[in-house]
Write a protein that binds this ligand. Structure first.
Ligand SMILES: Nc1ncnc2c1ncn2[C@@H]1O[C@H](COP(=O)(O)OP(=O)(O)O)[C@@H](O)[C@H]1O
Ligand SMILES: [Mg+2]
Length: 221
């Protein structure tokens, strides 16, 4: 591992998240390195989404810290500025805009020039096999296509940390392979990639599989 890889680690220490009387995460410790592709596998309600939201600084921690390259991720805006992209399960796209527009708006608001934003948006749609749907409104697309547009939108900003919440849950097996290949390319380019899934077949395609059960994280292999 190079010094710069160590310097840009995402480090989770003693993280607990409590929702009312439900403890969703129990003292999670985790270190993720640039270039790694990790699956978090567990049943519904086990805490997968809560863990991703904690990594993205999108939920309040009851205890513990999340740091990226030694910088505490104290709020979502700061995490986003440091390149932490979250793809929520509900996709978070604007239904009344086209796929291209959704990507372009996100890419320009991440600081790219309009020319670069258009180029990266095209490239990201192609990576997910969506070159023919760029001009379609999101609300005209199938659930699986929308899920892939949400992934493409995150790719277009070249995140340093890519967090995908159940990105393959609505996909047939061929499309699932395509999404996993796109996530793997992101880790190959040096991003820290984490996907949650309750599908053991999808989980096994990551380099590291972590299991989560009632808010407790364990290494499976
Ligand atoms: N906003 C919330 N308010 C109350 N309870 C929540 C909230 N979000 C999640 N939970 C609870 O926390 C636990 C973990 O949920 P979640 O992280 O969504 O699991 P998963 O993504 O694995 O299905 C569950 O018991 C769920 O009911
Ligand atoms: Mg979930």
């Amino acid at each position: 591992m190079t010094a710069s890889n160590t310097a840009r680690q995402l480090v989770v220490e003693g993280v607990c998240v409590v929702h009312g009387d439900v403890t969703a995460l129990r003292s999670v410790d985790l270190t993720l390195t640039p270039g790694s592709f990790t699956a978090v596998h567990g049943p519904s309600g086990s805490g997968k989404s809560t863990l991703l939201w904690a990594l993205a600084a999108a939920t309040r921690l009851s205890n513990g810290t999340v740091t990226l390259g030694g910088v505490a991720l104290t709020d979502r805006d700061r995490a986003a500025r440091l390149g932490v992209a979250l793809i929520p399960q509900g996709n978070g796209l604007v239904g009344t805009l086209t796929a291209n527009e959704n990507l372009f708006v996100a890419a320009t608001s991440s600081g790219l020039s309009p020319g670069e934003a258009a180029e990266r948006s095209d490239e990201a749609l192609r990576a997910l096999g969506l070159e023919d749907v760029g001009e379609h409104l999101i609300e005209e697309l199938s659930g699986g296509q929308q899920q892939r547009v949400a992934i493409a939108r995150a790719l277009a900003s070249r995140p340093s940390v890519l967090l995908a919440d159940e990105p393959t849950s609505e996909l047939d097996s061929a499309t699932r392979e395509r999404v996993i290949a796109a996530l793997r390319r992101e880790s190959d380019r040096g991003a820290i990639v984490v996907m949650t899934t309750n599908d053991p077949v999808a989980a096994q395609q990551a380099d590291v599989v972590l299991t989560i059960h009632e808010g407790t994280l364990a290494h499976e292999m």
